[in-house]
Design a protein around this ligand. Sequence first.
Ligand SMILES: CC(C)(COP(=O)(O)OP(=O)(O)OC[C@H]1O[C@@H](n2cnc3c(N)ncnc32)[C@H](O)[C@@H]1OP(=O)(O)O)[C@@H](O)C(=O)NCCC(=O)NCCS
Length: 268
Amino acid sequence: MPVKGFDTPHLLPVLKHPGHTGLYIDNLIFKNREEVFAGSICFCRFLSPEEHKTALSRLQTGEREYYDTIKSEKRRKDYLLGRYSAKLAVAKLTGEQEPDIVTVEKGDSGQPVLRYRSFADIQVSITHTGDFGAAAVFPKTCPLGIDLEKVSPGRAKVLAKKMTDGEKKLLENTNIPRDRGLIMVWTAKEALSKLLKTGFTIPFDMFEISEMTSGNHGQAAVYFRNFPGYKSLFLDLGSYGFSIAFSGALEPGINSAALKEFFLREEK
Ligand SMILES: CC(C)(COP(=O)(O)OP(=O)(O)OC[C@H]1O[C@@H](n2cnc3c(N)ncnc32)[C@H](O)[C@@H]1OP(=O)(O)O)[C@@H](O)C(=O)NCCC(=O)NCCS
């Protein structure tokens, strides 16, 4: 079956990142009976000042200029983690040997806009939370949105106030622990808002969850009342929860066991 979405699909694991252990980079596959779409994903955190420095040296002029205007240390790190992850995810997908040439600009709604050679057809979604940043790269014919959130009692308290009555009922009727369930609902909405490129600029109620089905190993599928064309996959990653929103007509191929193992290892 042909892989759709690229002029020349390369799926070569050519990335080399010596000494950088806080990295998880993998392929993403989405398919239905007729088509297969290939993407990639990178999760990253800096475990040493050297790793931070390496990432900084890979920013292109415009990115570095923007980075230098950021006042908050946390926001600087988040920005860098997102850009670095995006460059590595592009390299994973395309086989690009010089990921530095990939740049991610800011679109009118704050959305990341990928600039990379002639690959006008690939896009990126970025998230950052806690010590991690992540980026998913995908063909524009297979739009994705991602969101990663750290699980914490404080966060659960805030998120509980943002649930609709319907969502509260759905959560009561699943076997998903409450703190995970709240993160699941929130990250699914944020992932969809990124896929749509609106963020939360449209009424928050528009993102209401209508259904969720829990699977094995903390995975769950989440469906949206007002956007039946999309769904979201939730992965319980220990101290983190991750959602990826995509077309409801596709089945995802994501190595969730390896990703969870990476996060559990990182926690130790
Ligand atoms: C999208 C949104 C829900 C993300 O919330 P967050 O708490 O920042 O969450 P995350 O850390 O997971 O994601 C941040 C990333 O989302 C991406 N993002 C921001 N707005 C986006 C949009 N409209 N569509 C898609 N992705 C978007 C960015 O890449 C951002 O990272 P970066 O600024 O380092 O590039 C939130 O930023 C939002 O609602 N934005 C729209 C409203 C707004 O403030 N616009 C600013 C106009 S410039």
